[in-house]
Design a protein around this ligand. Structure first.
Ligand code: GLU
Length: 282
């Protein structure tokens, strides 16, 4: 049974769960999927599954079937939309438009070079210090392409976005800087791919953990630059372990597949997560 949030006069929502098959799903993923599922179903809308399988050598396509079994075990119902690996042409086309407008620039820096250039920590790792923006790199070297954040915001003007829980937000890229939009090895980064996909899939409520809240400033900017529809967001609270750290497989949070294979009842687990989530108040 899904929980019923009071949503008077709410149009049917389209939400999604977009796991990357880099490792098995754990409880945090289950919560994300359940929140997205229940919000969509309570509104009479659609819950989508999108496999984000473009993480190069880290991607293990065989895990996608495990993910589907996990969701079924939790008692969720979904419509599946095409995986990211089938959408590379649309990412390349969008990157080409951004390049033609001078809104992204090539960057050959390695992580080590970025650290050595004195980059400071932002909301999601180091803020790029702008080395290749100031001095264009050797075109013979493999390059990623970065958003020129200052140019982008001069182009869009002030932007706002709306989170169900955090409320209205003004776009501020200062905590992220010039993020990578096209990776050295792929026609897109997470930011570009997810923004294009959510638009292509007609997602109206982007539901994911609060650890990705800052990324939405970039996604809102890309929507404005590329003329894409603007959804609402719902960044839910994260489950934590006894030490207050975010649950993660590497810190011993058991994979859903292990629990499923051990004979646990997934629907009961889903109900427990719903209750825990209500207690979190997010
Ligand atoms: N593939 C991303 C992840 O697994 C999806 C994040 C999102 O929902 O935007 O973290």
């Amino acid at each position: 049974m899904a929980w019923a949030l009071p949503m008077p006069n709410c149009a049917p929502l389209v939400t999604r769960f977009a796991p990357s098959p880099n490792g098995p799903l754990h409880l945090g993923h289950a919560l994300s999927a359940i929140v997205a599922h229940d919000l969509a179903k309570a509104s009479g809308g659609r819950f989508l599954l999108r496999i984000e399988d473009i993480d190069g050598p880290r991607s293990r396509p065989e895990l996608a079937d495990e993910f589907r079994r996990d969701l079924e075990w939790l008692g969720l119902e979904w419509d599946e939309v095409p995986a990211q690996s089938t959408r590379l042409a649309s990412y390349a086309a969008a990157a080409k438009r951004l390049k033609a407008r001078g809104l992204i620039y090539p960057c050959t820096c390695t992580r080590k070079q970025i650290e050595e250039a004195g980059a400071v920590e932002g909301c999601d790792g180091l803020i790029y210090p702008g080395t290749c923006r100031h001095a264009p790199p050797d075109p013979a070297l493999p390059a990623a392409w970065r958003l020129d954040a200052a140019k982008a915001l001069a182009d869009t003007g002030p932007l706002v976005w709306e989170d169900d829980l955090a409320g209205p937000r003004s776009v501020d890229l200062s905590g992220l800087g010039d993020v990578v939009l096209v990776r050295k090895d792929l026609p897109a980064s997470y930011h570009l791919a997810v923004t294009l996909d959510d638009a292509a899939d007609d997602v109206t409520l982007v539901t994911r953990g609060a650890d990705l809240l800052a990324a939405s400033h970039v996604h809102r900017t890309l929507q404005a630059l590329l003329g894409l529809p603007v959804p609402r967001w719902h960044h839910h609270g994260l489950l934590t372990d006894d030490t207050g750290q975010k649950l993660a497989k590497r810190r011993g949070s058991p994979a859903l597949a292990e629990r499923r294979q051990a004979g646990e009842d997934g629907r009961v687990l889903a109900q427990q997560l719903r209750l825990q989530h209500l207690r979190l108040g997010t």
